[in-house]
Design a binder for this molecule. Sequence first.
Ligand code: ZN
Length: 451
Amino acid sequence: MKSRFLFVTGGRIIDPFKGIDMVGDVLIREGNLEWVGENGLSMCPDGCPILFAKGMVVSPGFIDLHCHLREPGFEEKETIASGTEAAARGGFTAVCCMPNTSPPIDSPDTMTYLRNKVGLEARVRVFPIGCVSQGRRGEKLTDMASLAESGVVGFSDDGKPVADPELMQRALERSRLLDLPVMDHCEDLALTAGGVMNDGPAAAQLHLKGMPGAAEESVVQRDVELAMLTGARIHITHVSTAGSVEIIRRGKETGVRVTAEATPHHLTLTEESVSLCGTNAKVNPPLRTAKDVEALVQGVKDGVIDAIATDHAPHTLGDKAGDFNSAAFGISGLETALPVLLALVHEGRLNLPTLIARLTSGPAKVLSRVAGMSVLSGYPVPEGLGMLQAGSPGDLVLFNPDFAWVVDPSRFASKGRNTPWAGRLLRGKVMATVVGGEIVYRDDSVEMRRK
Ligand SMILES: [Zn+2]
């Protein structure tokens, strides 16, 4: 519903970045946050829609640095419309979409197509990521400056690494001038050739070829060193091993401009899931060991891992059918991210404000540019994203951290039904999602009235 105002009342408002944790109200006006505080009903004009958030947490909308919306080219897996509807239901008010589409997003022309489509169909904010190399072939750089002017928020050949270190060095040199991150999928393809799950006893037992942690860590190490050499910003996507966390930690300690993300599945599942869930547990990088999961959770806790990103990778049933070796990699993750992560809170391994920070201000920091560094007319990220302060975008999520529900992928908004949590009881549910003051998702149980 469109309205000049929206008033959200009686929720537990949490914004770790601003140090807010209070029961109170939020007023949104003309799409932006106007006021946060206690007993604000008098500020709310007659006729203003009111969302009742008693018993719910109200936080800045979640920001996903890494998802696959599959459009253009793979509309049978996902579309802008279905993927952003899934985002809205998952509490994500902004998503960055990876450019491994067909055609890939490697030129201002493909960006124009994507932006038009987003303008017509997206339910939440979409920030595109552009390719590092033309056609994602890893040979020639794209025109990164033109891509930046057309509105990309970073560069990646995701799905694949930037294998050639010299190409990566030049990509970093250019991205530094644009003050945008290169977001690398770190994988030594020679070490993972033919691999389908984590290398180790579990793979041996299943007679499957493993992908060693060293295949990731060697490229993370290379990227950190190239970021040091060039002074550029490197963002390590979907970190999966304890070794990678250590390399990133040391990089940060020495002043390298390195940021990192981890996924809900790598933070909660191990390689054991492969024998339990079959191809729905086949992801790249693969699910690792309990020791790796522990190191990732520790990294999220202490901030070495800046952001939690879904790597939402929807596939058709056919792509995931058949034997483990031939099935596609990926999990459809937008609609289960929050409850999967809340398990860490319920188990006492992570506190709620820290979890919220890694879903809001953490990713917002990766998307924020140094003011005045260079003018990018098309830069789509609004000021104040990921926090609750006057003038911030009016992007909110309301969730009940305890509400228990059973995952039924046939009810997903996403076309991708590939999830290892099918049939599982999870605790925590998004109840409403607000983008720019507009309610883009609301559970039937959330009361709404006009003043
Ligand atoms: Zn990837």
